[in-house]
Write a protein that binds this ligand. Sequence first.
Ligand SMILES: [Zn+2]
Length: 249
Amino acid sequence: MQTPRQSLVVSIHDVSPLTQAVVHTMLADLADAGVSRTSLLVVPDHHKKAPVAHDASFCRELRNLVSCGHEVVLHGYYHLRPPKQTTLLKSLITEHYTAGEGEFFDLSQEEAAERLAKAKREFAENGLHPVGFIAPAWLLGAEAEAAVKDAGFQYTTRLQTFKDLATGREDLSQSLVWSVRAAWRRIISLGWNAYLLNRLGENPLVRIGLHPPDWSHPAIRRQVLRIVRATLAAREPITYEGWLHRARV
Ligand SMILES: [Zn+2]
């Protein structure tokens, strides 16, 4: 198999009418740094407060971004995990690690299929045709993954992998991601991401996963843009969809 050229995928999580303004700023800063192609992880009805299908101007903006080379990726449906009877381990993972946002972590296959079908229909009615699905907080349970594959999505990602759902091929590449909920998390994030970037070295794919709150913290914003600029010396910025095509060659 031919080794793909070295690539950089920058993704922005939690894109919705609730985060539209800060996402504008992020896209402008990234374009200044040399990245004018990103994977935009769009939430169809963010926290049940922002139905994308009812927001014509938001949909128009997404279509414009796609026509400029960005990609729309489906990112959950509500981005909320309802409290359920659960095991201690599950609640540790979903409540403490992700602040209760792991929507697709323990959905049944049927529940997941319903949400995916609704999202696909609403997006298609607005001219949006995502080929990838990424679960909120990257927490995708086995039943939900089967539903994602059945719904025709071509790929998904987790924190450490990119998976081609058609072939089952997984590419190992841990995403850089910043945790900004507390000061100590921000300090650890700065050191961890510098280390991780170094460790990724010659990996064909480097992934940078951004969240809108990252941009409220100047030290994080500066580090992200510095890493982006440094990485672009040896890598081409592409979308996950672009990586999928490259990896299938
Ligand atoms: Zn998210």
